[in-house]
Design a binder for this molecule. Structure first.
Ligand SMILES: [Zn+2]
Length: 270
């Protein structure tokens, strides 16, 4: 099967606690999602399975987790393991074991990222670790040199600490340009994960512009089925495309914050 035909879905936090953002999925919803995958006989694979194994895996799907929050270990992992599923986790290397200070903080809400040991333990049980860059800043606003540093140094930091090849990179906010593709290839990645919609697609660069559906808090079971390709996904594609345009607001606030107050955090009243 062609890699571009394999459905890839993405989660952020899996948690029962309240969060202002839309990317947190409740553990019960997450379990329902996996029940749906099971009922349609999906097999979870990671990028390494594609690289190392030519044999055909029936009904493959890739489950990814951007930002590598601690909630993966607390809530997602036990559920994944009860289904015998595995996935790919994308830490931001400058924030491993720290709080999400890279993000725009709304009120007092802060979330912790998995630390190095936890990432290694999760890798040991069959999950794969990819890169989500060093800083989580928009790659498209960086020079070629800085983009290359973000991609190559995050890759080598993960490989040095975890002892395994890092074969995929998830671009922050799903955004990239032609230089990002060149940098990803030059840094030695085999796959790059983008958002749903982008202008710079070229046939031979497909592996560096793979599309993913984010799974949001308010996605229903039916909408989840659209995202894994069981139901016609035209509607959900355009809805999520609009949502991701909104998500860019975070990226813009982030760069504004940096310009105004390089060491601080902008507090926004909810
Ligand atoms: Zn992210």
């Amino acid at each position: 099967m062609q890699i571009s035909q394999i459905p890839i879905i993405n989660y952020h936090k899996i948690s029962p606690s309240f969060d202002i953002g839309i990317t947190t999925r409740h553990p019960r919803q997450f379990e329902n999602d996996l029940e749906i995958l099971k009922s349609y006989k999906f097999n979870t694979i990671t990028f390494r399975d594609i690289t190392n194994d030519d044999s055909e895996i029936s009904n493959p799907i890739i489950i990814t987790f951007d930002d590598a929050y601690e909630t993966i270990k607390t809530y997602a992992l036990p559920i994944m393991q009860s289904f015998g599923y595995k996935g790919v986790i994308y830490p931001v290397t400058n924030f491993i074991g720290r709080y999400n200070d890279w993000d725009v903080q709304i009120g007092k809400f802060k979330f912790k990222h998995l630390d190095w040991k936890e990432l290694k333990d999760i890798q040991e049980i069959g999950f794969e670790i990819g890169s989500h860059t060093q800083s989580h800043e928009l790659l498209t606003q960086m020079s070629y040199e800085r983009q290359f540093r973000e991609l190559s140094q995050s890759k080598s930091a993960l490989e040095d600490a975890l002892g395994k090849e890092v074969c995929s990179v998830s671009y922050p906010f799903g955004r990239f340009n032609q230089e990002t593709i060149q940098c990803a290839e030059k840094a030695g990645y085999k796959y790059g994960l983008a958002s749903l919609y982008f202008k710079h697609i070229e046939e031979n660069n497909r592996v560096y512009t793979l599309k993913r559906f984010n799974i949001y808090r308010f996605d229903t079971g039916n909408q989840f089925k659209m995202k894994i390709g069981i139901k016609n996904s035209q509607y959900i594609y355009y809805r999520d495309w609009l949502m991701q345009k909104g998500g860019l607001g975070t990226a813009l606030l982030q760069s504004l914050r940096k310009r105004m107050n390089p060491n601080g955090i902008i507090k926004i009243n909810p």
